[in-house]
Design a binder for this molecule. Sequence first.
Ligand SMILES: NC(=O)c1ccc[n+]([C@@H]2O[C@H](COP(=O)([O-])OP(=O)(O)OC[C@H]3O[C@@H](n4cnc5c(N)ncnc54)[C@H](OP(=O)(O)O)[C@@H]3O)[C@@H](O)[C@H]2O)c1
Length: 243
Amino acid sequence: MKIAIIGAGNMGGALVKGWTKAGMAADITASAHTQKTLDRLVEACPGINVTLDNRKAVEGADAVVLAVKPWLVQQVISEITPELKDKLVISVAAGIRNERIDVYAMPNIAAEFGESMTFVEEAEQAEKAAKLFERVGQCKVVPQRLMGAGMMLAGCGIAYVMRFLHAMMEGGVEMGFYPDEAKQIAMQTMQGAVTLLRETGLHPEAAIDKVTTPGGITIKGLNELDHAAFNSAVIRCLKAGLQ
Ligand SMILES: NC(=O)c1ccc[n+]([C@@H]2O[C@H](COP(=O)([O-])OP(=O)(O)OC[C@H]3O[C@@H](n4cnc5c(N)ncnc54)[C@H](OP(=O)(O)O)[C@@H]3O)[C@@H](O)[C@H]2O)c1
């Protein structure tokens, strides 16, 4: 399937890089506002096609992914409308609706490494769009009422996970590790926790029981998190951006 990506910044660029790693470079045409962005993208993704002309980008594509800032979506659609006949139009722009958009999707920037958690809103062509996003990570097709929650958990969630990782780093530095060491330790610990849950299918609390000795030190730290209302803070953080 030939894909045109309009807008090749943080999100559009991550999708292009992820799809390139999945062996799809020859099927991709990306456009951006400046040549500098396109030059950088071609360097990272040999074999893709690029153009500054949005209408040219869309010519010959089967699917068009809109990845410009939300306030530019309407303008870009008006510009490319004559070329859109029979094409699957997917938007990843947060919070923007337009009658010409067939499928609303919410990936995250880990798409660059094939690790996105993408939400696709239920629609006639949702499964077709989901197949594209499955090439750059995991993808869930959900009803419209869950798209906001999906965006907070996964689109924005990646930032919250970074913040937790940074907090672990700061603790590590206070206890005597250099920042780089603390970062590596925090990342490997996080990766270990995720792998453990993936491999065992355990509920997180059941996994916690495995490392928590009665009267030991792990429970002291867990209870400190409870005293600081950690769970409540995370839940409030996730709900803060819901419209
Ligand atoms: N960042 C995320 O984590 C994330 C996650 C999910 C969804 N989104 C959605 O993705 C969209 C883009 O966000 P972003 O963070 O990737 O923004 P960004 O980094 O600013 O990228 C926007 C891109 O659009 C290009 N552009 C600007 N005007 C254009 C035009 N008229 N025609 C074609 N391309 C044009 C820019 O080109 P230049 O680089 O040449 O200026 C840039 O490459 C937003 O709607 C956002 O809601 C973002």
